[in-house]
Design a protein around this ligand. Structure first.
Ligand code: IPE
Ligand code: IPE
Ligand code: MG
Length: 227
């Protein structure tokens, strides 16, 4: 396939509605969402994508009921084990973007282990946006630069001090579930991203849906302000 994005970022939305449609608890939707993550990673790898950023938990998601948060953290802790094992087998690298504060120690331990164990892998890079907020990320970058004594900050400086400076800006951002907003995701990096919105709920997302997004992306003309 030609005109393939190097980096795809996905706002994985609609787990709650998927569960609701089936009269199931919201957590059942999150569990099915974790299976969709697995499928999407495999599909991205098959299509030859280099970077895949997945928005798993936002800084605003702490405002959800405590039992949903606990369920999500529990699920995350379990799926991190699965992803780490898969990553080792399939040669993909795991990165995490976000703040460490508020995350339970069990999750932090698993994140560190996953990142460390897969650091040398050369296949797809999966960047999990976890406890992630784009405004917080930019403020964090600026504060890091100030702490280094910088007084004149360039765009390159900010890019170099984001959570994952080695990950290029995404050419394509996908959001599922019919919502058409960024919800504090990659505000800096999305300056010239193409957007693809689909009504498909995240737990129903699969290789075919990813292919549709890639086909649409391939048809777009990116001008970057030129003509
Ligand atoms: C996305 O699904 C998962 C997270 C934000 C953790 P939602 O839980 O937001 O599902 P809806 O939007 O309520 O359907
Ligand atoms: C965005 O989804 C965050 C994630 C997918 C992790 P939300 O469901 O939290 O976003 P809003 O509240 O509808 O904007
Ligand atoms: Mg939602």
């Amino acid at each position: 396939m030609n005109n393939l994005p190097k980096h795809i970022a996905i706002i994985m939305d609609g787990n709650g509605r998927w569960a609701n449609n089936r009269h199931l608890p919201r957590l059942a939707g999150h569990r099915e969402g974790a299976n969709a993550v697995q499928r999407t990673i495999e599909a991205a790898q098959k299509f030859g994508i280099k970077f895949l950023t997945l928005y798993a938990f936002s800084t605003e998601n702490w405002s959800r009921p405590q039992d949903e948060i606990n369920g999500l953290m529990d699920l995350l802790s379990k799926t991190l084990d699965t992803y780490t094992a898969q990553a080792k087998k399939k040669n993909y690298r795991l990165l995490v973007s976000g703040a460490r504060d508020k995350l339970p120690p069990a999750v932090l331990g698993k994140i560190d282990k996953a990142v460390q164990i897969t650091a040398q892998n050369t296949g797809l890079t999966v960047n999990l946006a976890l406890n992630y907020g784009a405004r917080q990320e930019i403020v964090h970058a600026v504060n890091t630069l100030l702490a280094q004594g910088k007084t004149n900050i360039s765009m390159e400086d900010i890019s170099a001090h984001l959570y994952q400076p080695g990950v290029p800006d995404p050419e394509l951002i996908i959001r599922t579930s019919g919502e058409e907003r960024l919800s504090n995701f990659l505000l800096w990096q999305a300056a010239y991203s193409e957007f693809y919105f689909t009504p498909v709920l995240w737990p129903d997302f699969n290789a075919e849906e990813l292919q549709k997004a890639l086909n649409e992306y391939a048809r777009r003309t990116r001008r970057f302000g030129g003509i």
